[in-house]
Design a protein around this ligand. Structure first.
Ligand SMILES: [Zn+2]
Length: 257
């Protein structure tokens, strides 16, 4: 069994076809989908689909691009859902300095608030970091005491040095379709460098569709394409990649069955 550790099947591109999306994933051996929230409304719908479909689990969190949304109501919702059996983590949370006009001070504040909340609720975190490596590592190092429930640096595509810092903090990384892209020059060195117990697989669907379908709407069914690429780089049988990454995902998200 494969696990997609970061998906957005509640996205408008997939939600209307969600039952077929889950069936197609199932047909490729992807039997667990961890759906990520990124706003208040998508966190709510993440919980809804997780309660409706046994294969789906939920993360709840406010993505840095939506940091203005974070308020007491959101926090109350997170607290109220922390003990839900299908809510496995707080995420995705983090920093994103990619687009002009971002508010780094507010992003940092909201990120740290959610790290504190996850710690209080005994949940791991799913972290999004884009064009913000230095601030991200600074915050994680200063708040290492808040990371005892573990965390996943999703869609990781940084340097081997950054990877090593993340692993030192006790976090895992997940690899997505980007590693299959022809211009993904640092992927082989990253995959060779990552300890076998420190990575998982993700689609980040509907975005980042792996080769040979790059540019299409991505779905959890494409997880084996990412596993295949890793198996080629590491010269390890794909079955073993499947077992290793499923075990790693279950070690991180304790509520997965
Ligand atoms: Zn995402």
């Amino acid at each position: 069994m494969f696990i997609d550790t970061h998906a957005h099947i509640n996205d408008e591109k997939l939600i209307d076809d969600i039952e077929n999306v889950i069936t197609r994933a199932h047909n490729e051996g992807v039997d667990v989908i961890v759906n990520s929230g990124s706003s208040y409304s998508s966190s709510k719908s993440s919980v809804e689909i997780a309660s409706k479909y046994k294969e789906v689990y939920a993360c709840i969190g406010i993505h840095p691009e939506n940091c203005e949304e974070y308020n007491d109501d959101v926090e109350k919702f997170f607290i109220a859902n922390a003990n839900n059996k299908k809510v496995v983590a707080i995420g995705e949370i983090g920093l994103d300095y990619h687009y002009e006009g971002y508010n780094s001070a507010l992003q940092k504040e909201v990120f740290i608030k959610q790290l504190k909340l996850a710690d209080k609720l005994n949940l791991p975190v799913v972290i999004h970091s884009r064009d913000a490596t230095k601030d991200m590592l600074d915050i994680l190092k200063e708040n290492k005491h808040l990371l005892k429930n573990g965390g996943l640096m999703h869609c990781f595509n940084g340097s081997v040095e950054t990877l090593n810092e993340i692993i030192k903090l006790g976090l895992k990384v997940s690899f997505g379709g980007v590693i299959t892209f022809k211009n993904a020059r640092n992927s082989p060195s990253l995959i060779t460098a990552v300890p076998l117990d420190c990575f998982t697989l993700e689609t980040d669907c509907p975005y980042l569709c792996p080769e040979p379908f790059r540019g299409n709407i991505n779905e959890p069914k494409n997880i084996p394409l990412i596993a295949k690429k890793i198996s080629e780089i590491l010269q390890i049988n794909i079955k073993e990649i499947e077992e290793i990454t499923t075990k790693n995902a279950k070690n991180l998200f304790k509520k997965l069955i």
